[in-house]
Design a protein around this ligand. Structure first.
Ligand code: GLY
Ligand code: MN
Length: 462
């Protein structure tokens, strides 16, 4: 937990941004896995964590914008709880740690919101993605659970996005810890990636490193020789010499700040020339993006530059043709990279995605493209100092997509389909780093995981 002033300051800044009414931020309840008492690992709601800091189930936070009242609703443990969980601090003491002096029993939340509604006051809440909290809002406000998100507060969403987008020094330190664990995860994966090893063995080992680092994974490990499937959670194959293994994985610290890295490595430790050719194009796209990312620039334009680099590199190999700038602008490159260059990262790996991707990644002068590939970009808006984001270009040969585009003669002026066929079983390459936007430019967070062909080969063969 950060010191209590951090949370008080965040709530004060939130109040200043809002006009009037009540802000309601429910925490998460426990969620049963296969029986009520056998629950999924508890994960607190990130906006609740940001403003109220308390990391256990059964809480809701409220802020009265007009009176300045800050309240946490939650119950002290019972003797039965103590028998099973051990002694726990009182709600009063826990709330004091986050600068809250007004803690009330959870049941009082119902009267509190009812009174506000009866008085015709606005109750602001964020989009709810957990069914339990949609049901809670139904019980509190009378709005049907399935309709609750139609009443989300855009004023609150925009205010929360404005605050959470700029990471302070304490948050950056936490993210740095997550990147340190991520470094160990990826270097371990590199060293294990030898022919005959089961993918699941590597995925499980690096998950263990994340947990041993004090937290957990920031998302389920993506690790496969079929790296052309963007989010491949199937780890059932045995590694084979001559194939690439793509590993996209990161850690979440005990305070729930994320890292998110991708590396692609040659099984056995030696890239073929064909693999190197594609790999170095993706690496150039990654390096160009890092060189460009700075305050004021739109990440959309950084994405376009990475796409141009990809198209230019593929043109040199005879896979693409035409003007690489046009290939980027029109979306012709997207056959090879159907996803965006990156996303915000913080308390969530895709930071704040739950409260609205377009509010987080776009603004009034940067609207989301509708072109396939460009539309996949989660973050397009002007960068600001304090933003933390990912830079993750890729190049994939997705047989089903290639078949479809070729049949449709899509972008035939830009794509040499005959040449593409020579790469049909290539797989995919993605290279992802985590960036902090500084006053003048950007910096990589943490030590860079081996990334050049030479660094990867020497790490794997050490
Ligand atoms: N690392 C997973 C993703 O960014 O979607
Ligand atoms: Mn990512």
């Amino acid at each position: 937990m950060f010191k209590k002033e951090v949370y008080t300051e965040r709530r004060n800044r939130l109040m200043k941004k809002m006009s009037d009414g009540i802000i309601l931020i429910p925490g998460h309840p426990d969620s049963p896995m296969n029986a009520p008492a056998n629950t999924f690992h508890f994960r607190q709601n990130s906006s609740f964590l940001y403003f109220f800091g308390l990391d256990f189930p059964g809480l809701a936070g409220a802020i009265d914008i007009n009176s300045g009242e800050n309240i946490v609703f939650g119950d002290d443990v019972t003797m039965d709880d103590i028998i099973w969980m051990g002694p726990q601090p009182s709600m009063k003491d826990r709330c004091a740690q986050v600068g809250i002096t007004d803690s009330r029993s959870y049941n009082q939340l119902f009267d509190y919101i009812k009174k506000a509604v009866d008085q015709g006051r606005k109750v602001h809440f964020l989009p709810q993605y957990r069914a339990e909290n949609q049901l809670l809002l139904e019980a509190l406000t009378g709005i049907k659970a399935t309709e609750v998100n139609r009443y989300q507060s855009v004023e609150l969403i925009k205010s929360v996005v404005a605050l959470r987008s700029i990471k302070d020094e304490y948050e950056i330190q936490e993210i740095k810890k997550a990147t340190d664990v991520g470094y160990d995860m990826h270097v371990t994966a590199m060293k294990m990636a030898m022919p005959g090893v089961w993918e699941q063995k590597i995925a499980g080992t690096i998950e263990g490193i994340a947990v041993a680092g004090g937290g957990m994974l920031s998302f389920p490990v993506i690790l496969s020789q079929n790296g052309q499937t963007l989010h491949n959670h199937d780890h059932s194959l045995t590694l084979k010499e001559g194939r690439l293994m793509l590993c996209d994985a990161g850690a979440e610290t005990g305070m729930h700040y994320a890292s998110d890295f991708t590396r692609t490595i040659p099984v056995g430790g030696k890239f073929s020339q064909k693999q190197k050719d594609i790999y170095n194009i993706v690496l150039a796209a990654n390096n160009n993006a890092t060189a460009m990312a700075k305050p004021g620039i739109r990440y959309f334009d950084v994405h376009l530059e990475a796409a141009r680099t990809l198209a230019a590199g593929l043109k040199e190999l005879g896979i693409m043709k035409g003007d690489p700038v046009e290939a980027a602008r029109t979306g012709a490159y997207a056959l090879f990279q159907p996803h965006g260059l990156g996303h915000m990262m913080g308390l969530d790996v895709h930071d704040m995605e739950d409260i609205g991707e377009n509010y987080v990644g776009y603004d009034d002068d940067t609207k989301r493209s509708e072109i396939f590939g460009l539309a996949g970009l989660r973050l397009g808006r002007h960068l600001q100092p304090g933003f933390v984001l990912t830079n993750e270009p890729g190049c994939y040969f997705i047989p089903e997509l290639i078949d479809k585009w070729e049949e449709e003669k899509k972008f035939a002026d830009f794509i040499n389909y005959d040449k593409v066929r020579e790469y049909i079983d290539f797989g995919g390459v993605r290279l992802e780093d985590d960036l902090l936007i500084t006053d003048k430019g950007c910096e990589l967070i943490g030590k860079r995981i081996p990334i050049t062909v030479e660094e990867v080969e020497s790490t794997m063969n050490a």
